[in-house]
Design a binder for this molecule. Structure first.
Ligand SMILES: [Zn+2]
Length: 136
């Protein structure tokens, strides 16, 4: 799944968790589910800047101590091992996250469109940015 999508899903989970540690754990768990869902991945040249901008905006909006920020970090952090492999720092067989392992049997097949991910991001952004009543 697109790293920025993992981050936005993690931020939404962080809002629901309302605790940085639980948000991080929820973000990591959501990464597993995201990778198990059929999706389109982008090239590293697109993924990295998109992720950087997304995480920076979450940081600006919520702050570094917020559950939203730590949910986002948990959401994309499993892909550090994929990035290390892509940049030749490690071997594919060194990956330990279940959906990144060399045989790839736990990673969902690729699809030709990113539209479902865009819809998922829109839903998460609605949840994150909707006006809320103070009693919520
Ligand atoms: Zn992944």
């Amino acid at each position: 799944m697109i790293c920025a999508v993992h981050a936005v899903i993690g931020a939404a989970i962080g809002k629901a968790a309302n605790h940085p540690g639980k948000a991080f754990a929820g973000g990591v768990a959501s990464h597993l589910i995201g990778d198990l869902t059929p999706h389109k991945d982008l090239s590293a040249k697109v993924e990295l800047p998109l992720l950087a901008v997304t995480v920076f905006l979450i940081f600006l909006k919520y702050g570094i101590k917020s559950p939203e920020f730590w949910g986002a970090v948990g959401g994309f952090s499993p892909d550090f091992e994929n990035a290390a492999w892509m940049f030749g720092l490690t071997k594919k067989e060194d990956c330990r996250f279940p959906t990144h392992m060399q045989n790839g049997k736990f990673h969902a097949p690729s699809v030709s469109t990113a539209v479902p991910q865009v819809i998922l991001v829109a839903a998460c952004l609605y949840y994150l940015l909707r006006p809320t009543n103070k009693r919520d």
